[in-house]
Design a protein around this ligand. Sequence first.
Ligand SMILES: Cc1ncc(COP(=O)(O)O)c(C=O)c1O
Length: 441
Amino acid sequence: MNEMNPRPNNIDAFWMPYSANRAYKSAPRMLARAEGMYYYTNDNREVLDGTAGLWCCNAGHGRREITEAIQRQAATMDFAPTFNMGHPLAFQAAAKLAEITPEGLDRIFFTNSGSEAADTALKIALAYHRARGQAQRVRLIGRERGYHGVGFGGMSVGGIGANRKQFGALLPYVDHLPHTHNLVANAFSRGQPAHGAELADALEGLVALHGDTIAAVMVEPLAGSTGVLIPPVDYLRRLRAICDQHGILLIFDEVITGFGRLGANFGAEALGVTPDMLTMAKGLTNAAVPMGAVAVHERIYEAIVEGAPAGIELFHGYTYSGHPLASAAAIAVIDLHRAEDLPGRARDMAPYFEAAVHGLRGLPNVIDVRNLGLVAGIELQPRAGKPSDRAMRIFHRCFDAGVLIRTTGDIVALSPPLVMERPHLDRIVETLAEAVRAEAA
Ligand SMILES: Cc1ncc(COP(=O)(O)O)c(C=O)c1O
């Protein structure tokens, strides 16, 4: 039993997010501590982390530099408001972040989560057009199978039916592009799939339908949460070109693809396409303290801020925007990210990762393997009449064998910390292969 984190007696009160509460509570799995590539359960069992927590602990767990920065700041000043007030770390964190964001995206708006970052970016897009005398641009375009968190903006622009149907009326002026997942043409692609760039042209169709009322398009460069959907070659470039042609802002949701995951600071850099705004969270603080951010192009900031009458320019913000502990964590993370060249490590490991995950091809019920940077999706044939069951059972088998994976429907997603070494990956893939075989037996 772990003394720091004893097993709680009452597990009823916590309404768990995005969880099958009843199933979990009938057989709880408790993580009690973490270090490097490993979690340790309540009964001190080692669990190798194949998912960087929830796509977020890119630098590995329990990094001393981050922990100490948070501890120092907690002892110096717990909180300071950032509404017409300031503290140095928020400014330092923003300036440091602007050094690694794509060129031009140098104005940083802090939030507390990826969901808030998505809603913030959408609101900034509306405010930008209004500031420029184009108040008719109120329409927001997302993509099927897109995930932008759970606020009303991100949920509405997101393209996951299950996330929406419980909640009735959403934002009224929203439309969606088709998703890019194509198992017929692109199965078992290594890196970016060859087919599907033309799906970006659907934006032309939406422009024909909606005219000059579109404010922004928001997409994940690589959709993680709906099962690792990798952008086809040239798709994002085409989307960028159509947005430019029609005065539409392009927003990348980089909550998963930021901070080295694709072998560069951000997915924008890895994929060679620069958006007008970019959202992030997760890896920004290595998940040690909640924080999100939107990196905004200089020209958007200027249109909203420089052109406004005296007083508050953007009526938006959170009590905890630029929170001192989160800012301290972000500064430590960016320093660490640079000192250890985490994007470079991901880039160097990517070919080995690709070969290892594609080794799962040919196992029973594996209908696709796809990968980019240090992300992979392994798609399984669903059991007849029991969607998600096969993957969930494989998840349990892996966990019992000491490896944490993530599943979405019948897709297994791997996104290990970027500090992973080859033996870690070998163990993750072997354990997964064993579980896939056992489920087919
Ligand atoms: C692309 C993307 N956007 C937004 C979010 C929401 O972030 P959060 O859970 O921090 O609100 C996520 C979370 O997984 C995500 O993957």
